[in-house]
Design a protein around this ligand. Structure first.
Ligand SMILES: *Cc1c(COP(=O)(O)O)cnc(C)c1O
Length: 385
């Protein structure tokens, strides 16, 4: 069956959920902006979860081209995958630390674990002894969030044990802020004080002779210089997510996302749309079904709440989000204006990642990391194109 051509038609419609465009030049500009804000402080790059869903193997070399030499991932496997795409002057850190089966491989690959517990510490020390080498590490201390890192009492005990860090070269003492995106929270200053105190306890130990300090994530950078220390670890802001919720976004948008119209119809008053019949037309409605669903990160919580845009017109989502499609109200557009294969904006000039997240009742981080692999991806703005 031949489809009639339509003015909105993508020049080469692809059989995918849609088009995900990732602007690498914008990621580099965001890195430069953060580095400028940090002054003498090193700006690392957090590229865990495939660089927040945007493709770590494409993103990490771009950050390197801007001078980034420190890369953080969550799991050892993520570090291994990135090793070949990064020049040898880069250091890869594993935030979640060591797992028993990866200790040897971690040392072999010269990946730096973040030691979060006394168990991690003992395993890495044993590996250093086995190899007869000094092994590099980051030590994380818990300053309030109770997620990862040595508790204050453990820090004190270990600092008094001359052999606790034997064979290790501690590159950084790090911690993580729980409320950096809420600058008014007292927790920020409390964590800052706990971080300084924890570091001071450890600093007397000989393994910490070279140790520097690393605390801030994206939002933490904007809490001011007190939070910068020697290195910061931004992720979200690099990818265009607003590090200052409720205030103007200083970052450049990185992602554009379009889906296609796969069918249109007109329904009379009283007819329903989607699973559960949750939408009932209060009047005649024209409906377009789009090629994106919750399996593509268009979260189910956007049902009846989210919107998309076509030629600048706001189109509300009708009813529930399906796995592979959503339905939107196109009644505000002239009849016949929306044809099959028309391109619809999900993220772009009219709607930011953060706005989609707001509508879904979540944060931009979850939107980006949920996008998945059914979109055709187009990267633009490579440093060495
Ligand atoms: C994810 C993560 C970051 C990056 O946080 P953003 O808010 O994305 O900048 C930094 N540090 C740690 C420990 C993390 O887990």
């Amino acid at each position: 069956m031949a489809f009639p051509p339509h003015p909105n038609e993508e020049s080469s419609p692809t059989p995918s959920a849609g088009l995900l465009e990732i602007d690498l030049a914008a990621i580099r500009a965001n890195y430069r902006l953060l580095q400028a804000r940090l002054g003498q402080t090193q700006c690392a790059g957090v590229v865990k979860a495939d660089a927040y869903g945007l493709g770590a193997s494409r993103v990490a070399p771009e950050l390197h081209a801007e001078g980034c030499r420190h890369f953080f991932v969550a799991h050892f496997d993520e570090a291994l995958a990135l090793r070949p795409v990064l020049p040898d002057d880069s250091t890869l850190y594993v935030l979640n630390g060591l797992t028993r089966d990866a200790v040897g491989a971690c040392a072999q690959a010269a990946v730096v674990p973040v030691l979060n517990s006394a168990d991690h510490l003992a395993a890495w020390r044993a590996e250093a002894a086995r190899l007869g080498r000094i092994l590099p590490a980051v030590v994380q201390i818990d300053t309030g969030m109770s997620r990862l890192g040595l508790a204050p009492a453990e820090v004190r005990t270990l600092a008094q044990n001359a052999r606790a860090f034997e064979g290790l070269d501690i590159l950084f003492v790090m911690s993580h802020l729980a409320c950096a995106d809420e600058p008014a929270r007292a927790a920020n200053a409390e964590q800052l004080a706990n971080f300084r105190a924890g570091h001071d306890v450890l600093a007397s130990h000989s393994a910490f002779a070279r140790a520097r300090r690393c605390l801030a994530n994206s939002s933490g950078i904007f809490l001011g210089q007190d939070y910068h220390f020697d290195m910061a670890r931004p992720g979200a802001a690099l990818y265009g997510i607003n590090p200052l919720p409720g205030r103007p976004n200083p970052m450049r948008p990185v992602v554009r996302l379009h889906a296609r119209v796969i069918q249109t119809r007109a329904i009379p008053r009283g007819v329903h749309v989607g699973y559960g019949y949750t939408f009932e037309a209060p009047a005649p409605v024209r409906v377009a079904t789009l090629s994106v669903g919750y399996a593509d990160g268009w979260l189910r919580s956007l049902g009846g709440r989210g919107t998309v845009y076509l030629d600048g017109h706001r189109l509300p989502i009708l009813g529930r989000v399906s796995m592979d499609s959503i339905s939107v109200d196109i009644s505000s557009l002239p009849e016949g204006a929306v044809g099959t294969d028309a391109r619809v904006e999900l993220i772009g000039d009219h709607q930011s990642v953060d706005q989609v997240a707001d509508a879904a009742g979540t944060i931009g981080y979850e939107i980006l990391t949920s996008l998945g692999h059914r979109y055709r991806r187009i990267y633009s703005g490579e440093a060495r194109a």
